[in-house]
Design a protein around this ligand. Sequence first.
Ligand SMILES: *[C@@H]1O[C@H](CO)[C@@H](O)[C@H](O)[C@H]1NC(C)=O
Ligand SMILES: *[C@@H]1O[C@H](CO)[C@@H](O)[C@H](O)[C@H]1NC(C)=O
Length: 224
Amino acid sequence: MMNSKVVPKYAIVTLVLLAFACSFASAYDPSPLQDFCVAIDNPASAVFVNGKFCKDPKLVTADDFFRSVNIPGNTTNKVGSNVTAVTVEQLPGLNTLGISLARIDFAPRGLNPPHTHPRATEFLIVIEGTLHVGFVTSNADGNRLFTKVLNKGDVFVFPIGLIHFQLNVGNTKAVAFAGLSSQNPGVITIANAVFGSNPPINQDVLTKAFQVDKNLVNYLQQQF
Ligand SMILES: *[C@@H]1O[C@H](CO)[C@@H](O)[C@H](O)[C@H]1NC(C)=O
Ligand SMILES: *[C@@H]1O[C@H](CO)[C@@H](O)[C@H](O)[C@H]1NC(C)=O
């Protein structure tokens, strides 16, 4: 009985926080103002919406919302993993809907190397195999590492913008699917961006940043 006056206050605080969360979300991908806005590259007459034109709704078909990801990516590469993205580029029906997907295949011991998605939180589900996954918090939070070993059916969340990775710790192949909270999440692979940029970052920058000598920086740059 005494709590009856207190509870609504918490409810209001929760609602306010939710409202903030929603307004942050819409700051990344636009909220749809219609059922859909299927992306089209060369419209005869169309409206420009956040980088993608909308296809005339009368011409939209089921295929605009369809894509198959039943073929594993080729994992015969240096890292032993392959990401098959399903963003608005591959699936035009995702335009303005604030969501996308990726299939990630891993060879035994394969790695999806440390990377970040500048525009999306990621929800990962393991379909096959065993993955060691983790993310690192921001500087102000002390760069804490959160890790977990995931088996078939397990899910893990990588918060927007944070550096994360997935390593197949099993001796068999592994498969995971990721849901991402943007039609165009973007990806920055840390090692490639830092040591393989075009043109290369000045070695004085990298030697000081990583506290190593020029030979090691040279060696790392040659790997990308
Ligand atoms: C990923 O797999 C696709 C399909 O097999 C292939 O075309 C592509 O080159 C692969 N990417 C990498 C980085 O190995
Ligand atoms: C996978 O990629 C490797 C290296 O590029 C290539 O030799 C091999 O033929 C590819 N496998 C398939 C099934 O495409």
